[in-house]
Design a binder for this molecule. Sequence first.
Ligand SMILES: *Cc1c(COP(=O)(O)O)cnc(C)c1O
Length: 407
Amino acid sequence: MNTNLTTDRPTFVTHLECSMTGERYEADQLHNLSRVGRPLLVRYDLDGVKAAVSRDTIAARETDLWRWRELLPVRKSASIVSLGEIETPLVPIPASGGANVLVKDEGRLPTGSFKARGLVMAVAMARELGVTRIAMPTNGNAGAALAAYASRCGIETIILAPQETPEINIREMALQGARVYRVNGQIDDCGAIVGKGAAEGRWFDFSTLKEPYRIEGKKTMGLELAAQMGWELPDAIFYPTGGGTGLIGMWKAFDELEKLGWIGAKRPRMFAVQATGCAPIVRAFEKGVDHAERWENAATVAAGIRVPRAVGDFLILRAVRESGGTALAVDDDAILAAVDACAKRDGVLICPEGGATLAAYRKALGEGLVDAEERVILFNCATGLKYPMPAAGEMLDRNAEIDLASL
Ligand SMILES: *Cc1c(COP(=O)(O)O)cnc(C)c1O
């Protein structure tokens, strides 16, 4: 029995806040974006949290996502639909990465990606606040996580995916009970359709950062990293950036942990990694601007970061700049070469988005942006098993002479 799920613990959400203007919004009510069309952030009574738990209390609990209950928005345990949100391991990749490189392997989570962190939280809150039908645009993994959690508790889901979404993701969503459609466009084109239906009152809009609770789920990556590393954050984090939920969430986590006095002021340099075929954040970073223009004709094998436009662009850019990190783009050849090297040499089958972080790390090392002595975390956000792999498996005829020496 996981006591993180069976014990109701005190909760500390005080309100929500517009990430752009700071305008205050009530907790315990359904919200999408703020009045100015930007993400809402959940705020907590951190003094209350500090009085209620210590980091040692949390460290002594079962090591899953729900050990962080006091720093999460869900009020009632009964709202939680759990599929086993484990703490993901930090796996060394000495051959393809280096002696000080660890991969946080998020592919071990339910539905095979870290989208489970965001969606388990968002679905619990939707359930707590009485939502019965949800629609979402997705490049694959978010839709799969939504389908699994929502179907399990009887919430209807309508999911729109770009035409080129891999077949396996489409079928996975359908098998997990979603109504899935392909759209001849990119993820933001799918999002426009979802937004139109939401405006007509047909469903609740679950687009990235358009509801406030996915960030809180993704925040647990930062909380977890701190605990796993003995409350001392790494020197650099490489994060494959699409909508940026995870990067924004981790940055928020570090801030909350420092306010609690559980970590010091030291922060990792945040590296936002994109593909050269879709790099709006990198372009905005290099131009020194706060908002990113839409990336036209987006194309990359790393579907999770094929996001032409991010509603939280300024939050991603702010976190990267405050951290002293940078935004980097790598091309598909480098991404696939990194996946290949990590699988062949370290036995870790990462996804293309994870490959992008490894390729970006190698690039940053070459450019002197990071030192080989520094402690670095690369995010592998999904299991490589969900992605197309190079063809292999030449046929052997067992009835003919087999030249064993040639095998
Ligand atoms: C969604 C996704 C990303 C991007 O995550 P964000 O936090 O939305 O930027 C990266 N990799 C994979 C595998 C994903 O599914």
